[in-house]
Ligand binder design. Structure first.
Ligand code: PMV
Length: 365
């Protein structure tokens, strides 16, 4: 069976449903190196711990928005960023935004995802960041991020708003490596860039083992985390891990970063599995792939390391000079251990953050 490597589209797409002057927002997805798992206060979207992520480049959501000419909220999907239930969540979030920003106009939205929305890659981070940006772009008429900042919506404010759609969305506002600090009060949370994308050219190769939708969404799953006996010990050790990871990024030390990445992903999945109710996002196939990757790393002296999100798919991190070797190795591994399955590998790398434009849409593309 053929094995696909998917390079995500890098050029911007065009709106197909909206006409006239439209806010066009793009927001990247991000992959967490230190995971946000569990909340101190769900109502305030206050995480149990600090987290740290790498902003992606091509894995992104584009969202267009304009004041609804018919006064009715509508959402058009080019590639299904939101499923039907997520669509409701999107409308609820836009209502929440209205209440918290003072804007009242109904909006028409259109969204497009550069990566398959049903592929089990967290699309909520890019989806909710782009939704926030497009809505505020339409309401204020701002034509760039700088312009939006002059209307009182700088990146920190946007990050704080977007986390009420999805916590991980708040890290998608900055390029490179980004830290979300919980602070000692819900209002003391901060999101900041630790290092820009140019600092260290890391790649993220995403092995798609399953594109099925999650049985348990992350909102419910976060609320179970504290019932795991491993939750408290995890939190106790995370401060130290955060420091080690920040140092590894500063020093471009992939061996140390990789060791912590893998330990962190396994720890988060242990908390998930030992919570009540128990959630098993990691499948037998994921476990097989992780083991084979470690074996090949040793045999071929290939510095590539795994991490995982709340799903079965495996994100492989390596430096750009090892990307081709890593891709070859992943194709060989997946072909060998899953002979009757086609495993797509999505290629991405570190990216530089969101963008906002004001565009005139005249005709169908
Ligand atoms: O943003 P949420 O509520 O979908 O939670 C995402 C949590 C993880 O993706 C598993 C980890 C993270 O920090 O992104």
């Amino acid at each position: 069976m053929s094995r696909n490597t998917t390079s995500l589209q890098s050029h911007l797409t065009q709106s197909q449903h909206l006409r006239g002057l439209v806010a066009h927002a793009t927001a990247p997805s991000n992959i967490a190196f230190i995971k946000y798992w569990g909340k101190r206060d769900a109502k305030e979207q206050w995480p149990a711990n600090d987290s740290l992520s790498m902003t992606l480049d091509s894995a992104r959501t584009e969202t267009w928005a304009q004041i609804a000419p018919d006064g009715v909220n509508r959402l058009f999907r080019q590639e299904g960023v939101f499923s039907a239930s997520e669509e409701n969540k999107a409308f609820e979030f836009v209502d929440w935004l209205r209440k918290h920003t003072g804007f009242s106009a109904a909006l028409h939205f259109e969204t497009w995802n550069s990566f398959p929305a049903a592929a089990g890659i967290a699309s909520s981070a890019s989806g909710f960041a782009a939704l926030t940006l497009a809505a505020l772009g339409a309401w204020t008429g701002a034509s760039s991020l700088e312009d939006l900042a002059s209307h009182g919506f700088g990146l920190s404010k946007l990050a704080a708003l977007s986390r009420f759609g999805s916590g991980s969305a708040c890290r998608s506002w900055f390029g490179g490596f980004v830290e979300w600090s919980a602070g000692d009060h819900p209002l003391a949370q901060t999101v900041r860039q630790v290092a820009p994308a140019e600092h260290w050219n890391l790649c993220n190769l995403i092995c798609i083992l399953s594109s099925a939708a999650k049985e348990v969404g992350s909102t419910a799953a976060h609320s179970y985390a504290s019932s795991s006996p491993f939750f408290a010990p995890r939190l106790a050790g995370l401060g130290e891990r955060q420091k080690i990871v920040a140092r590894a990024i500063a020093g471009k030390d992939l061996v140390t970063l990789g060791r912590e990445l893998e330990a962190e992903a396994l720890e988060m999945h242990t908390v998930m599995q030992t919570a009540t109710p128990s959630i098993r996002y990691m499948t037998d196939e994921s476990v097989q792939l992780l083991a084979a990757l470690r074996q090949v790393r040793q045999q071929q002296e290939l510095p590539f390391y795994f991490t995982m999100d709340a799903g079965p798919n495996v994100h492989v991190i390596c430096e750009s000079q090892d990307r081709e070797r890593a891709l070859l190795a992943l194709r060989e591994i997946t072909g060998r251990i899953f002979p009757s399955k086609s495993v797509a590998i999505i290629e991405d790398r570190i990216g530089s953050g969101p963008s906002l434009r004001r565009v005139e849409v005249t005709s169908k593309c």
